[in-house]
Design a binder for this molecule. Structure first.
Ligand code: HT7
Ligand code: ZN
Length: 896
């Protein structure tokens, strides 16, 4: 397929004002009657009407009630003899499709006997012929007709205006959406569902009905989703003055879904994973994810739906902004500064372990891409998470109030329109004319146009004679595909200085008078800049990029002593955590590089690499009564293997795995009594609540149990595995139960097998829990190459299905993308397995297959023999003549 280029954008030659859809729903053959009112766009040169369609059977086309000529050009329906002039006319198209055969889960499909739709990005064309592009916004009326016994609930966007019985045991429902929308926001649902309902009143006094629809047995697991929805409605009104603009807002859960959830206007469709939760079946992480995904989809109601994207190159306009909003929502709900910092650290961890590698690999693209072959491949961590960081930097540059003013102006200017990233940035800048953002806007927008992660190199020079400290900050950005040279970025750097004993020093720059401020934001714009601080009594410890104020890599040569000072004293919690990570990373990288350290044939790395200072620093964190448990758990978790790999030029995945495992074991043994105390002091008291404090306590006690089981493996102790098994059996919530099970599996305990069997028996009727059961085994540490055969075995399990994306992800992705030590086998068997699965999945669901195809993105960094094995596996996929555009684009870029 040819690439589509942003520069080629042209406004549509036709507008569609109204769409009246009638569906006769039948899994084998659904009939769709599409009556549209169209008119020519007078601003664009006259041209035939070309409507997109895919996998449709066309039965009839009529113009103003009469027959018309038409032709097919590939997948497009082309009408050339349409009425002249700009007067509206009626176009009626009658098609059929086969939802039961739709395994791609795009367009109209059936999941467990219920009809669902997924139209973003280009799924509406699989329902009817249409101008399937986001800048064509129409008013929709939808009539659904179906068997009443099989499909008692019939839902679509907007308001229910009519319903009733029709012939042959069938019934109908008619929905009218009061808001114009692009077709990617269309949705319908039909099936046997029940709803949790809640009436709410907005600040202005308007009443709204909130509904969460699920399968009948799942109603008891909808309370948290409903609470999250109510919090979301209240938050958007309080923080941004954005009210709910619908009488009725519905969420529907399905277990077959390609992504997390979808923001269809007034009828959000969710993966069950992000709706269903009870303390018995969902972990604290699940509860947190539900809160943020419910928030995310709800916030799209304004950022995405009321103001949408002009074209798909602008995807980050809605996604980056909405991720920023859901991150802020979760932080605001978390409450305390420490809980906010924990959320920020978690978000940055995702960015650095997933987006930074993307930005350095073959799929690197700007936040606003210039071209794509398959848009589904561009729902990426760059568009979402880096896009959110770009919005966050704007927020930093104009301040919280300034940003709220900017949002207000954005909606005043663009409500009801399909716009661009430029329009958004312009609105934020125009609302803050004296801000750094307004002053630097053209340069700031390089964040949208230039791919790659910038690096900022910092060096400090203290001069005792003048009591001054000079920081030199130099920025650079490596070439990315299609972009060899980069211009300097606007980089806000929040910073502070600490004395050697950890006191916060007042920041006074040369030529300024003293203000007493101990933290400030400096905005970098040049390739190199120097900052001179005066009245500094002794060499300070710089604390740079506080709260991760820009999505960059900070290169700075701290001494161990400086890092220990920051870890113990920095007022910025993010940088405290970061100092601990730097210490751990340094230890890991030195051990990986030290050729005197041998790895045994079985992959065991038997050298003491963790130094006494690091151990004592970790002990102080663990014992510090002033720190929250959630923060301690983050500090005491070593950087991931993926993150360590990103820091290296050449990657030996087995050595990284062995070194990290050895470090964990050493920390487990050296801090044994502290882990015991952490376990005992963080037991749940009272009932389960997924709030930040109690979930932090569960996280820390879970890590402690894990470490104690790791230590037990080395010491031969049977007490802690026994305690873990006991906890696994009697735990009152899934978080504690699953942490105990994980500790047994990850430490290779003999009790793991009986625990896994018991877990399956207990939860065999809970698909989301069975997903965890599969994922835990596919993600288990490799012992002599046992994981790949286990994964093959899991694929033979009666509960396994390749067609269900959650299940496929829980086994195949957990192995190929989340278990580097087991996947990167020297015999390349992991890669061969990967290529087989990519090819197999591609025939069922190209979108999911293309995500799996990304697992080998970074193959060029691998050492031999992995590099050659990986290249061969990718080439094997690429050699298939029948690949989807989705997978073809990924493997072609990987091999380029
Ligand atoms: N906007 C939604 C994207 C989405 C999606 C895209 C392609 C294929 C299937 C999909 N399901 C959902 C999700 C979001 O960002 O809110
Ligand atoms: Zn989104």
């Amino acid at each position: 397929a040819p690439a589509i280029h942003r520069a080629d954008y042209q406004a549509p030659a036709w507008w569609i004002d109204t769409v009246d859809l009638t569906f006769d729903l039948d899994p084998a053959k659904t009939r769709v009657l599409n009556k549209m009112r169209l008119r020519r766009n007078p601003d664009v040169a006259a041209q035939p009407l070309r409507l997109d369609g895919e996998d449709l059977n066309l039965a009839r086309v009529m113009v103003n009630g009469g027959g018309t000529s038409f032709k097919m050009d590939g997948n497009q329906l082309v009408l050339e003899n349409l009425p002249e002039g700009t007067e509206p006319f009626d176009l009626e198209i009658f098609t059929t499709c086969a939802p039961a055969k739709n395994t791609q889960l795009m367009g109209l499909y059936v999941s467990q006997g219920t009809f669902f739709t997924q139209c973003e990005a280009e799924g509406f064309r699989r329902i009817t012929y249409f101008l399937d592009r986001p800048d064509v916004m129409a008013s929709y009326t939808v009539t659904l007709r179906a068997d009443k016994a099989l499909y008692p609930v019939l839902l679509s966007n907007g308001n229910l205006v009519d319903s009733g019985a029709i012939e042959d045991g069938r019934h109908f429902a008619k929905w009218v959406d009061p808001h114009k929308k692009p077709c990617y926001l269309f949705a319908l649902v039909a099936g046997k569902l029940v709803a949790r309902e809640q009436k709410i009143r907005s600040r202005s006094g308007t009443e709204h009905l909130l509904q969460v629809y699920v399968r009948p047995g799942d109603l008891g697991k909808t309370e948290h989703a409903m609470n999250s929805l109510m919090h979301s409605v209240a938050w958007d009104e309080a923080r941004f003055g954005l009210p709910l603009d619908l009488e009725r807002f519905m969420i529907v859960a399905t277990s077959d879904f390609n992504m997390g959830a979808m923001e269809n206007k007034g009828l959000n469709i969710f993966n069950t994973k992000y709706v269903l939760a009870s303390e018995a079946t969902a972990t604290d992480t699940d509860f947190g994810n539900i809160e943020s995904v419910v928030g995310h989809e709800y916030f799209h109601n304004w950022t995405g739906n009321r103001v949408t994207c002009r074209d798909w190159f602008q995807l980050s306009l809605k996604e980056g902004l909405t991720v920023f909003r859901d991150q802020e929502f979760s932080q605001d709900l978390a409450g305390s500064p420490s809980a906010r910092a924990v959320k920020r650290i978690e978000d940055v961890r995702v960015l650095r372990t997933a987006q930074f590698p993307e930005d350095a690999g073959p799929m690197a693209h700007p936040v606003r891409p210039d071209s794509y072959i398959e848009i589904n491949n561009f729902y990426t961590v760059t568009i979402y998470e880096k896009g959110a960081e770009v919005v966050r930097m704007m927020h930093t540059l104009v301040g919280r109030e300034g940003f709220a003013k900017g949002m207000k102006l954005y909606f005043e200017r663009h409500d009801g329109q399909a716009v661009t990233c430029d329009d958004f940035a312009q609105a934020i800048a125009d609302a803050n004319p004296t801000s750094d953002l307004a002053r630097l806007l053209p340069q700031f927008k390089r964040w949208y146009s230039q791919a790659g992660t910038p690096r900022v190199q910092a060096t400090g020079q203290y001069e005792a004679a003048t009591r001054s400290y000079t920081l030199t900050l130099t920025q650079s950005c490596a070439p990315t595909p299609g972009q060899s040279a980069k211009e300097p970025f606007v980089i806000p750097v929040e910073l502070g200085l600490l004395s050697a004993n950890g006191a916060a020093l007042p920041l006074q720059m040369a030529g300024e008078s003293a203000t007493g401020a101990v933290s400030r934001t400096v905005v970098l714009t040049e390739p190199t800049q120097t900052l001179t601080f005066v009245q500094v009594d002794a060499e300070p410890v710089p604390s740079l990029l506080r709260n991760f104020s820009a999505p960059v890599v900070l290169d700075i040569e701290y001494s161990d002593a400086q890092l220990l000072t920051l870890l113990a004293h920095d007022a910025d919690a993010f940088n405290r955590w970061e100092a601990g990570q730097r210490l751990a990373l340094r230890t890991a990288i030195n051990a990986i590089a030290n050729s005197a350290y041998e790895t045994s044939a079985s992959g065991i790395f038997d050298h003491q690499v963790v130094g006494a200072d690091f151990i004592e620093a970790m002990r102080s964190v663990l014992r510090n009564p002033a720190l929250d448990a959630a923060f301690k758990e983050l500090v005491l978790t070593l950087p991931s293997e993926t993150y360590i790999a990103e820091q290296l030029e050449v990657v030996d995945p087995q050595r990284i795995h062995a070194v990290r495992e050895a470090m964990r074991e050493q920390l487990a043994l050296a801090l044994q009594t502290d882990w015991e105390r952490a376990w005992e002091q963080n037991q749940d008291t009272g009932g389960y609540r997924p709030d930040p404090v109690s979930s932090g306590r569960r996280a820390l006690s879970g890590l402690a149990l894990h470490m104690l089981c790791i230590a037990a493996r080395r010491t031969g102790d049977v007490v802690w595995p026994g305690k873990a098994y006991q906890r696994f059996k009697v735990a009152a919530n899934m978080t504690d139960r699953f942490n105990a099970l994980t500790a047994l599996v990850a430490s290779g305990s003999e009790l793991a097998a009986p625990a896994l069997a018991r877990f399956h028996a207990l939860f065999k009727d809970e698909p989301l829990v069975i997903d965890k059961w599969f994922a835990l085994q596919a993600g288990a540490p490799d012992r002599g190459g046992n994981v790949l055969p286990a994964v093959r075995q899991l694929m033979q399990h009666p509960d396994f299905s390749l067609k269900n994306p959650n299940r496929a992800r829980s086994v195949i992705f957990s192995y190929c993308s989340a278990n580097p030590g087991a996947f990167h086998r020297a015999d390349a068997a992991g890669y061969v397995f990967w290529s087989d699965r990519v090819i197999e999945l591609d025939a069922i669901n190209p979108q999911v297959a293309a995500r799996l195809a990304r697992a080998l993105d970074r193959w060029k960094k691998l050492a031999e023999p992995w590099r050659s094995g990986a290249r061969e596996a990718i080439a094997r996929v690429a050699a298939r003549p029948d690949l989807s555009n989705d997978v073809r684009e990924v493997v072609t870029r990987a091999l380029a």
